[in-house]
Design a protein around this ligand. Structure first.
Ligand SMILES: O=P(O)(O)OC[C@H]1O[C@H](O[C@H]2O[C@H](CO)[C@@H](O)[C@H](O)[C@H]2O)[C@H](O)[C@@H](O)[C@@H]1O
Length: 258
């Protein structure tokens, strides 16, 4: 963590209402081949619970389907979950999720089925290419494929998305085609307004997170995790480094002993 980021986080640590919104895959959880095995790095859950307990609004803002995100992240009660890049929204309670139900029109449901069938055709015969189905989108995954198959599958999926999708996102080894318009930027705007947040901290690793960075203002804090071009002014190397940075927001009680 740079001194600059450390001092910025120290400066805002007592600001309330403070919103800390974080991407999941690649940001809190390292990228892995099988998305069902993703886990947040050690210390992540504790620091998020400490922040929530200290009056900070904590949100995960992910491309994951809501059920998937809830099951994998085990977030503490009182925190917010945004799934499907903003199309799904919930608050975690001690009894489970208090969620807004996503309803597709018949036309959108038909479109989703059509996209699923077309995406399956893209994956057919290409080793390592597979399709994930979500409530509002299909995702063509290429992480396990050889470069040639991955490139061809992503190109075809992008064309499919242009033809039939309401939104197309090209992330880390994925092309995601949605039947609803949603973005992480709009999700951040909505959370900020609803919570009246004075300052927003957002961290993310993927191109899809740039939409969230765009929604931040000069008093907010945007942190890119890992490599790649970004508009975020701050950067940390990996999820472990992000957890260390977040500890600075919790006050000295929660910082590891030197
Ligand atoms: O917004 P995020 O929380 O970063 O979610 C984006 C996508 O995450 C998942 O895919 C990514 O993580 C997988 C597990 O590490 C990895 O195998 C894949 O290559 C990554 O793109 C998830 O499967 C997608 O549905 C999310 O949209």
């Amino acid at each position: 963590m740079t001194d600059d980021l450390a001092s910025t986080l120290d400066r805002i640590s007592r600001v309330r209402p403070l919103l800390v919104a974080l991407d999941f895959d690649g940001t809190l959880a390292p990228l892995v081949d099988d998305p069902s095995t993703s886990r947040m790095v050690d210390g992540a859950h504790d620091v998020l619970a400490a922040l929530a307990g200290d009056g900070v609004a904590v949100a995960l803002v992910s491309g994951r389907a809501m059920n998937d995100l809830h099951a994998l992240a085990h977030m503490p009660a009182g925190t917010y979950l945004v799934g499907s890049h903003g199309a799904e929204r919930a608050r975690v309670t001690t009894f489970g999720l208090d969620r807004d139900v996503v309803r597709l029109t018949d036309e959108q449901a038909d479109r989703l089925a059509e996209l699923g069938a077309a995406a399956a055709e893209i994956a057919r015969g290409r080793d390592g290419v597979w399709v994930e189905s979500k409530p509002t989108a299909v995702v063509v995954h290429t992480r396990l494929a050889q470069d040639r198959d991955a490139t061809a599958a992503e190109d075809e999926a992008l064309r499919l998305g242009e033809r039939l999708g309401a939104g197309v996102l090209h992330g880390h080894d994925v092309v995601e085609i949605s039947v609803l318009h949603a973005s992480k930027g709009e999700a951040i705007d909505a959370l900020r307004d609803e919570l009246g947040a004075a300052v927003v901290v957002y961290a993310g690793d993927d191109v899809t997170d740039e939409r969230a960075f765009e929604a931040l203002g000069p008093d907010d804090v945007a942190v890119k995790v890992g490599r790649g071009d970004t508009r975020a002014p701050y950067r940390v190397d990996d999820p472990e480094a992000l957890v260390a940075a977040l500890r600075r927001l919790t006050g000295s009680d929660h910082r590891p002993a030197a």
